[in-house]
Design a protein around this ligand. Structure first.
Ligand code: SF4
Length: 292
């Protein structure tokens, strides 16, 4: 019997990244869907504020991309949103295809493994497609409001860098602006922390096949588990305690410390802001509604 997952479950970059970081975290968050009232980092207010600002920035950009007047959107913004939005206006990449631009688009693709048919889903900040024949291309843009720029080698290892282009290629076959070959797709990260220096990744048929194999391997591992003990905790080392458990909402349950990590030391290369977002959702549900 494959692992029983909630009926609406689709794999995503966040859930796969959780599994890769710590199988137990995947079990607790996605199988048990367990809320745990430990604050992920300290101080709590600052972390919540960080999350709220990230959400507001994405909303601003979404509206600007939908051609709402930018002066209107910029009016009355407080720091740091005013600076971030100014950076977006000045440094929005000017080489994006223009034929089709979609924002906040969700796509998914089937993944067939021995245990059955599953879906891999991605939510895109922006997809831009255009050009004819050999010049046709698609750029996936992801806006990041993390405090620091995440390095190219670290991003290359992240599930998001694998999942987003993969799902786009697979899903594009059924879309009016598809199909897209892997070679036509580029993944780009844009940082408020360095708005002129977006980090870009090309894509290829080889990477696409390697990603498919990786996802099948991960799903095979995950779906062969049945119980909590099949999803071990990340090794108990000082480094893992500092980089992973200290910011994880399950640390008291896992007996990996009671004190939250300091947000100033938050290692955005270890946990993505999506991980942080997800972890916070569990926490904040218990405390108060997030008013994005
Ligand atoms: S506290 Fe540590 S061991 Fe427990 S789920 Fe979180 S990352 Fe894994």
């Amino acid at each position: 019997m494959p692992l029983k997952l909630p009926s609406t479950f689709a794999f995503s970059q966040s859930s796969l990244q959780s599994y890769v970081n710590c199988p137990r975290r995947f079990w607790l968050a996605y199988v048990e869907q367990l809320a745990w009232p430990a604050l992920e980092a300290s101080p709590y207010d600052e972390q919540e504020q960080q999350l709220r600002l990230g959400g507001q920035f994405h909303q601003l950009v979404e509206r600007a991309e939908a051609c709402m007047p930018t002066e209107l959107l910029a009016d009355g913004l407080d720091y740091p949103l005013d600076e971030w939005f100014e950076s977006y206006l000045r440094h929005r990449p000017d080489d994006l295809p223009t034929e089709m631009v979609e924002v906040e688009r969700e796509l998914s693709a089937p993944l067939a493994v021995e245990a059955g048919q599953y879906r891999l889903a991605a939510r895109y900040d922006l997809i831009a497609v255009g050009g004819e024949g050999a010049d046709r291309r698609a750029v996936v843009l992801d806006w990041k409001t993390s405090r620091r720029v995440i390095s190219h080698p670290t991003l290359a290892q992240r599930m998001q860098t694998r999942v987003y282009p993969y799902v786009l290629v697979e899903a594009s076959a059924g879309l009016p602006w598809g199909p897209l070959a892997p070679e036509q797709v580029e993944m780009r990260y844009w940082f408020t922390a360095a708005p002129a220096d977006a980090v870009s990744f090309g894509y290829s048929s080889e990477l696409h096949e390697a990603n498919r194999a990786k996802f099948e391997q991960l799903l095979g591992e995950i779906l062969s588990g049945e119980r909590e003990r099949d999803f071990p905790k990340v090794a108990d080392t000082d480094e893992n305690r500092k980089r992973l458990c200290g910011y994880c909402i399950y640390r008291s349950r896992c007996d990996r410390g009671v004190e939250a990590g300091e947000l100033e030391e938050y290692d955005e290369e270890a946990f993505s802001d999506e991980d942080l977002e997800m972890a916070l959702e569990f926490t904040l549900d218990e405390v108060q509604e997030l008013a994005f």
